[in-house]
Design a protein around this ligand. Structure first.
Ligand code: C5P
Length: 222
């Protein structure tokens, strides 16, 4: 099988030297990539800027902005059997990117932000999707309710939810996994490498449930 995995943060430019980003380390996505490779699968890893070395034997696509990640995901998604969108994509970007460094002035400074495109939702809305679609939800409150809403709104097959205060920039995480068919699973706090191996097994089991006789992954529509 081929896994497409997004990982890390995005950077949304303000001017040539400044950007908006977040504290995602990319560790969870890279660990899932390693686990899928170790289980004998092919991996396309689409990554924002991180301090991690790309695992060997992946097709590695390095991106910076949410728009670059959107394009790369849409270019490669149909080559995947399982797409796992783990990246912490910025929700907003500056309305304009200044071509020159913005000078410091006295007083307040206002930056106009516009929403980025939601990559996960754009794949979930596709009518002809033939791959399993997995999203992540990092929350600080109402974890299960927010994650369930994301599963519905973004029309994916699985949402992996975690408390951002445990998982961000950390080697450990604690997961709540919600499935399209209503099933839920919890994995208590453990190293991301262990969690990644469990997740790969879970994704494959769920993908196989949806295989038709011609070994084509099929997903039901809501
Ligand atoms: O809505 P929220 O950002 O919390 O959703 C998180 C999930 O959506 C993650 O799987 C993330 O990779 C994905 N996402 C995306 N494109 C965005 C924002 C989030 O693919 N612009």
């Amino acid at each position: 099988m081929t896994f497409l995995i997004t990982a890390g943060p995005t950077r949304e430019a303000i001017d040539p030297v400044r950007y908006i980003s977040n504290r995602s380390s990319g560790k969870m996505g890279y660990a899932i990539a390693e686990a899928a490779l170790d289980a004998g699968h092919d991996v396309i890893l689409i990554s924002g800027p991180t301090n991690l070395a790309p695992p060997r034997n992946t097709k590695f696509v390095s991106v910076s902005t949410s728009d670059e990640m959107f394009d790369a995901v849409h270019q490669h998604a149909d080559s995947s059997d399982v797409s796992v969108l783990c990246a912490a994509v910025a929700d907003y970007k500056p309305a304009q990117v200044s071509p020159l460094k913005i000078k410091k002035r006295a007083g307040e400074f206002w930056l106009e932000l516009v929403p980025t495109r939601d990559i996960l939702q754009s794949l979930g809305r596709r009518q002809n999707r033939k791959f399993l679609l997995v999203g992540f939800a990092a929350e600080t409150d109402h974890l299960e309710a927010n994650a369930r809403e994301k599963l519905r709104k973004k029309n994916c097959d699985i949402i992996v939810a975690n408390d951002a205060r445990i998982g961000m920039e950390s080697d450990e995480n604690e997961l709540l996994i919600l499935f399209r068919d209503g099933e839920t699973k919890r994995i208590s706090r453990a190293p991301k490498k262990f969690l990644a191996r469990e997740l790969v097994k879970i994704f494959l089991k769920f993908a196989t449930k949806k295989f038709d006789k011609k070994d084509v992954t099929i997903t039901e529509r809501t």
